[in-house]
Design a protein around this ligand. Structure first.
Ligand SMILES: Cc1cc2nc3c(=O)[nH]c(=O)nc-3n(C[C@H](O)[C@H](O)[C@H](O)COP(=O)(O)O)c2cc1C
Length: 342
């Protein structure tokens, strides 16, 4: 359960249980993270809505945000009791809301307080407690400061560090904060050299599995966010190349599994769009991919999905996608990737 080699980043409004289920169909091995959940939501909110997940989603981590050691410890305990494999503390969110609430990246201003929080969380659960942090604040950090902070959090009992390899600029928008501060992957590589006993996961700007594999030679894990949302099949080879599983699903197989999932979910009262919106990029860059996207976003129903599936199945049978290309198959070539979608 505790394989950190490859994970999908926590992303608000993206990595809800429906998108996670989709990603799980693409890769069995990849580690999944929830969206950020504020501790007060866990303590007082609708737990079923906020925290429910399917058994297939394992390994899965709950990401918490907050600033009070007791509340976060209690929220961590609840997460563990619900079956989460890891509890993660958000130390990277630079949003105004996070700053007003005193959580996320602004906590890095006070590493002793963070250590106190982490210690309380580590003391409350048996599953790993991880920290997802930035390099520092306002671009003022130096590598030795970062290393001291990691050391301090490790003293609090944390063994797993996910480092978004940028500073946080608190006066900037969240979007700018994912683009403007320069990436310093080298600092994360250095952390692994300086703290070989800790699990170091690199995050930020990794776009392909090739890039992830290159980092994996130097760190314990790589976390990918936007690239996976924009094209979930960026993970198509992850099981085989990262986890040693002889498995490579086709897009159509995933789409068909998601159809069955959607039906099950609709029986439970889930509106179809809640699932379909995460499926828009499933055929990204493929022939028929644009039509797929359009049919789903205009129809927003099971019928629209059936229509899109029918068309894609026809397209694939004409173009000759191998439903189960062997491990060495190149289905993208088989689909004629050079041609843009309909
Ligand atoms: C839409 C969106 C929502 C995000 N929400 C969260 C969040 O809830 N918690 C968190 O720690 N990071 C969040 N992030 C940051 C990502 O986890 C990740 O650190 C960042 O996108 C850099 O990785 P990437 O370049 O692979 O996308 C979010 C990013 C995006 C794009």
């Amino acid at each position: 359960m505790n394989d950190f080699r490859l994970s999908v980043a926590p992303m608000v409004d993206r990595t809800d249980r429906h998108f996670r289920f989709l990603v799980r169909q693409v890769s069995r091995g990849v580690r999944l993270y929830t969206e950020m959940v504020v501790d007060q939501g866990v303590l007082r909110g609708n737990r079923k809505r906020l925290l429910a997940f399917r058994p297939e989603e394992h390994p899965i981590a709950l990401q918490l945000a907050g600033s009070d050691p007791k509340d976060l410890a209690e929220a961590a305990r609840i997460g563990e009791a619900l079956g989460y494999d890891e509890v993660n503390l958000n130390l990277g969110c630079p949003s105004e809301k996070a700053q007003e609430g005193g959580f996320g990246a602004c906590l890095l201003q006070d590493p002793n307080r963070v250590a106190e929080i982490l210690k309380a969380m580590v003391g409350a659960v048996r599953v790993p407690v991880s920290a997802k942090m930035r390099l520092g604040l306002e671009g003022q950090e130096t590598y030795p400061q970062l290393a001291r902070m990691v050391e301090r959090f490790a003293e609090a009992g944390v063994r797993v560090f996910i480092v978004h390899a940028r500073s946080a600029l608190l006066a900037f928008s969240t979007k700018a904060n994912r683009e403007v501060p320069p990436l310093r992957h080298g600092w994360v590589h250095q952390l692994k050299r300086d703290f070989p006993h800790l699990t170091l996961v690199l995050n930020g700007g990794v776009r392909t599995l090739e890039e992830a594999l290159a980092h994996l030679a130097r760190v314990d894990g790589v976390m990918m966010g936007r690239a996976v949302y924009e094209d979930p099949f960026v993970l198509a080879e992850a099981d085989r190349r990262v986890f040693g599983l002889e498995r490579r699903p086709s897009r159509l197989e995933v789409a068909r599994r998601m159809r069955a999932y959607l039906e099950e979910e609709m029986e439970q009262g889930t509106p179809p769009w809640a699932v379909l919106r995460h499926m828009l990029n499933l055929f990204r860059g493929q022939p028929g991919g644009r039509l797929w996207r359009r049919l789903l976003s205009e129809g927003r129903s099971l019928e629209a999905l059936d229509q899109a599936l029918g068309l894609l199945e026809k397209q694939v049978s004409q173009e000759g996608e191998e439903e189960n290309p062997g491990p060495k198959g190149h289905p993208q070539a088989a689909l004629g990737l050079a041609r843009e979608g309909v």
